[in-house]
Write a protein that binds this ligand. Structure first.
Ligand SMILES: Nc1ncnc2c1ncn2[C@@H]1O[C@H](COP(=O)(O)OP(=O)(O)O)[C@@H](O)[C@H]1O
Ligand SMILES: [Mg+2]
Length: 749
């Protein structure tokens, strides 16, 4: 075996793992990404480097950013610091990504414990290239211990696991470090909590009884120390809980948003936006429960465990009495639990319905105002407010009862115990003295709190289960994550083929597309026409992979659409719809849409191709012009041209325009249409329009009727042989072409 780099030179050469010449040209970012991509490929997951979006402030991806990215892609990943020794633990597993000090990366593909070397591969090395043996001295010059471990999740990744109480509890328990520290603080605090009672006992029995001043001073000093410790520990415990709940909050929020974005468009079309949002807001309740009541009750439980034995030691009879009363309190709460929980759930539901009306009104305020629907909305709102109020009242009233029953029992525990103790003392039935009784009273008041807390916890548990259920109905829908991480990423030429395609919407009565077959070569400009509801938009949706439950096949350059990676597919398309959403920001931002690595030149090029340059340059601030929400400061035609520029910026091989010019005035429409031929050069275009005149120049026009293809041919041919097309054409152009119209009339149309 002669592997280079095996010897240990006196002055070690700097580590050079970029065996490839090409590596010189790559940036540290690219090298790091290549390394994790190689590790992911080991698990059969193909990642796309261009999909990486790290924080702009990072010169090269930090371990945390890499891990976030990998997790977003459905892998399970972890970054950590490893010592040289630990590299040998991974020899059978997947490659370990080493993050080197200079911002680049390497892959450990094996290790030899006997010779004390690891096998290192450059992220740019080809598969067949042998790894390089590196010893500890050389590696540690370049490597500070940072690694990223990549695993294929068993069954489901963290991002894919269903959102349940168990899942959240798992995330809480992952904060082991915090939990144990909080636990320690609580144990000490509980122990300290017993001392005041003991001191009172000592004051009464020793100081007052025997007038002992030294004992008194000692007690004062003790009290001072205790106060100090209790304050410090209390502060530490609150601080720990605070940090832990902030961390949990961040994790839950990131997870929820990630899941939300992974839901297919389908879901959003089926559900009301307002309801989705108000359901997801429930997460704050869940987080508060886990880091508030649940945690504090368990901590109180610790106090109880420490205190109970002590009470029994002081006076068993009194301890039993206290325990019995505390048990009675718990019992009362348990009895009321179910009915109160039911009402609480109903009142939460009513709150959601109320919230949905509010957000619907705000989202649809244009329609509300222009149709003068204010009175109706008010009536609906009134009803929902009344509903919510009624259920809240009902829940409050019912839970008032257990409270009323419990109050006297709690009073007895904190004060009645004294009387009972005094009675026992009078009967000479007990060894406890005056100080002991007072001390017992102080402590027994604290026994009730944890028990009542546990019972209350069950009550809150109902509420939280409802909240989690609300969130789960949104998040636990099937996501697109698999389709976005798996699959091929071919370079598209632009050939599109539909084979015997039949598709019915989930709630549809009849197929929206019925046995549709056609094929267009790359670079074709295809027009889609047909009556409203004939399936034009459905064809464009299927092409984008929005709906995937069809029968038959859709092929792009021969590859079945469902085998193609979904993110890659969508990135390869440029899509312009009738109503395009412009983000708040500058025109330039809107054209680049936050895609990394795009310059102003790219934006200008896209704008020029889209015919938008002309009006952008006339604006006072040009590409830096700010676009308001709802884009009030630009016209419809300008907005569509911006949308086209945004679709063009990635230079897609396939463009889809679904009624992109339909809402425009004739002049703007003519402007946009004039650019289409230019835009279509070297691209496959699928253009839906109900105005046939704008499709005359298309290479092919496909006529759809009730989900079926009637004909597909150029304009002139269709005019001759397709009756449906001729009818549509004549309806729209009678006034323009009297000769043709007359001819059509003569044919008996
Ligand atoms: N999201 C949807 N859910 C259920 N049915 C739908 C949905 N979208 C469209 N449809 C139905 O599918 C048929 C074709 O619709 P579409 O492709 O939008 O027609 P076009 O774009 O030609 O006007 C219509 O009958 C329509 O009612
Ligand atoms: Mg449509």
């Amino acid at each position: 075996m002669s592997q280079k780099g095996l010897y240990v030179p006196d002055t070690p050469e700097p580590l050079q793992i970029e065996s490839d010449v090409a590596a010189e040209a790559l940036t540290p970012t690219e090298l790091r990404l290549r390394a994790v991509i190689a590790a992911a490929r080991f698990h059969g997951v193909d990642l796309d480097m261009s999909a990486y979006r790290g924080p702009a402030a990072e010169p090269y991806p930090s371990p945390a950013s890499l891990v976030t990215w990998l997790r977003d892609q459905g892998l399970s990943a972890r970054s950590m610091r490893l010592a040289w020794r630990n590299l040998f633990r991974f020899k059978e597993a997947a490659p370990v990504v080493l993050l080197l000090k200079d911002g680049t990366a390497g892959l450990v593909v094996g290790a030899d414990l006997g010779r004390d070397i690891v096998w290192l591969k450059s992220p740019t090395a080809r598969d067949a290239e042998p790894p390089v043996a590196v010893d500890r001295l050389r590696l540690e010059q370049a490597w500070g211990g940072e690694v990223v471990l990549v695993k294929r999740p068993y069954g489901q990744g963290e991002g894919e696991a269903p959102f349940t109480l168990g899942w959240i509890a798992g995330r809480v328990l992952e904060e082991k470090k915090f939990l144990t520290q909080i636990g320690y603080a609580s144990v000490v605090l509980s122990a300290l909590a017993i001392l005041p009672a003991l001191m009172v006992m000592a004051v009464i029995d020793r100081v007052l009884e025997y007038n002992s001043l030294p004992t008194f001073y000692l007690l004062v000093a003790l009290l001072g120390v205790m106060m100090f410790f209790e304050a410090v520990l209390g502060w530490a415990r609150r601080e720990l809980i605070l940090v832990m709940s902030a961390r949990l909050d961040v994790r839950l929020n990131l997870h929820i948003f990630g899941r939300l974005l992974a839901l297919p468009l389908d879901y959003f079309e089926r559900s009301q936006a307002g309801e989705t949002i108000s359901r997801l807001r429930e997460v704050f309740r869940v987080r508060e429960f886990f880091t508030g009541k649940l945690l504090y009750t368990f901590l109180d439980g610790i106090t109880l465990l420490i205190m109970l034995p002590f009470l029994f030691y002081m006076e068993p009879t009194l301890a039993w009495v206290s325990l019995a009363v505390a048990g009675l309190i718990s019992l009362i709460i348990m009895i009321f639990l179910r009915p109160v929980g039911r009402l609480v759930a109903l009142s939460i539901q009513a709150e959601h319905k109320k919230g949905a009306v509010m957000s619907e009104t705000v989202y649809g305020i244009r329609t509300v105002k222009s149709l003068a629907l204010e009175p109706q909305q008010k009536v609906t709102w009134d009803e929902r407010v009344a509903d919510a109020g009624r259920w809240r009242m009902a829940a409050g009233r019912l839970s008032n009862w257990p409270q009323t029953l419990i109050d006297p029992l709690q009073t007895f525990m904190s004060r009645g115990v004294v009387l009972f103790g005094a009675y026992l003392a009078l009967q000479n039935d007990t060894s406890i003295d005056r100080g002991g009784i007072i001390a017992f009273m102080i402590l027994s008041g604290r026994v009730a709190a944890p028990l009542v807390g546990f019972a209350r916890l069950l009550e809150d548990f109902h509420e939280i289960r409802t909240s989690v259920g609300q969130i789960a109905t949104v998040l636990n829908n099937p996501t697109e994550t698999r389709a976005q991480t798996d699959g091929m990423r071919p370079q598209f030429e632009g050939q599109v083929t539909f084979e015997d395609l039949t598709f019915t919407y989930p709630l549809g009565q009849r197929p929206a597309l019925n046995k549709v077959s056609f094929s267009i070569p790359p670079g074709t400009m295809l027009g889609l026409v047909g009556r409203s509801g004939s399936g034009k938009s459905t064809i464009t949706r299927l092409l984008q992979g929005i709906n995937r439950e069809y029968s038959g096949a859709i092929r792009i350059d021969g590859a079945e659409l469902r085998e193609i990676n979904l993110s890659h597919l969508r990135r390869s398309f440029g899509v312009v719809l009738q109503d395009n959403f412009l983000f708040r920001g500058t025109i330039r931002d809107n054209i680049t849409a936050g895609r990394a690595g795009l310059t102003l030149e790219d934006a200008v090029r896209a704008a020029r191709l889209a015919g938008a340059e002309e009006f952008i340059e006339r604006m006072p601030q040009g590409y830096d012009t700010w676009i308001e929400e709802g884009s009030a400061n630009i016209s419809g035609g300008q907005r569509q041209r911006l949308a086209i520029a945004r679709a063009l910026i990635t230079n897609p091989r396939i463009m889809i325009l679904d009624e992109a010019t339909s809402a425009l005035d004739p002049e703007s429409e003519a402007l946009v249409n004039a650019n289409l031929t230019r835009i279509g050069k070297g691209r496959t275009m699928v253009i839906v329009s109900h105005r046939l005149s704008s499709l005359v120049n298309c290479d092919l026009i496909m006529v759809l009727d009730r989900g079926a293809v009637v004909d597909i041919a150029p304009h002139d041919v269709l005019l001759d042989r397709c009756a449906v097309y001729r009818t549509l054409w004549n309806q729209q152009n009678r006034h323009i072409d009297p000769v043709r119209a007359a001819a059509a009339l003569a044919q008996g149309e």
